[in-house]
Design a protein around this ligand. Structure first.
Ligand code: HEM
Length: 185
């Protein structure tokens, strides 16, 4: 009895539209895609460590320095790796038979990537000056440092989403997106 695979790997990995990635280019773009995704996850781990040090560090000086490092070094590298992952992911989708809107796993990854990059810009970046000021106040021993909002959520949400995206990339679950066919009367 013939068993049909739920999510067969396309026979040809080349794109079938106006834009095709040859074998070498596909490999090169895939390497950049995986490296940028790895860098993004690494930066997120660094954010988690800095946030936890800022919260539970042994002295106010250490806590203040952690917040200052968070405000100074994190957001732009994170955004660059997220955008690089997005651009290479788009090229891999468009330039291979996976497509962008053909398989659920690609569509979900695209959505996660767009949401995370938007959150970096609209939710994380605007608060960084405040975090830097707070860190400076703490390190300088100010009696009442400025108040900052909870910073545990950004790395927790981002790490969960990026882990999910990695699992989706490897497992490629759920098969094709079915198009609704219009029946002619
Ligand atoms: C959200 C962050 C993302 C992460 C962590 C991620 C991770 C990965 C990883 C680890 C692979 C290699 C899987 C393998 O070779 O077995 C991969 C492949 C792939 N990714 Fe992503 N990805 C992300 C975003 C995206 C986006 C936004 C798209 C498309 C719009 C995309 C499209 C693809 C495609 C089509 C492949 C398969 C390439 C091939 O085998 O030819 N990815 N991704």
């Amino acid at each position: 009895m013939a068993v049909r695979e739920a999510n067969p790997v396309p026979r040809s990995r080349e794109g079938d539209g106006w834009f095709r990635l040859g074998r070498r280019w596909r490999r090169t773009v895939l390497v950049i895609h995986i490296v940028s995704a790895g860098a993004w996850i690494g930066i997120d781990v660094m954010v988690a460590i800095l946030v936890l040090t800022g919260r539970f560090g042994t002295t106010d000086e250490v806590r203040g320095l952690a917040y200052q490092a968070l405000a100074t070094f994190v957001v732009w590298p994170m955004l660059v790796s997220g955008l690089l992952c997005l651009v290479t992911g788009l090229a891999l989708g468009l330039g291979t038979r996976w497509g962008l809107l053909r398989y659920w796993w690609v569509l979900v990854k695209l959505t996660l990537n767009l949401v995370l990059c938007t959150l970096i810009l609209v939710a994380l970046q605007p608060g960084m000056d405040e975090v830097g000021d707070y860190g400076r106040d703490l390190a300088n021993g100010a009696s009442e440092p400025a108040v900052i909002s909870d910073l545990v959520f950004p790395p927790a949400v981002s790490l969960t989403a990026l882990t999910l995206a990695t699992v989706l990339a490897v497992a490629k679950p759920w098969g094709r997106i079915r198009r609704v066919r219009r029946t002619r009367r």
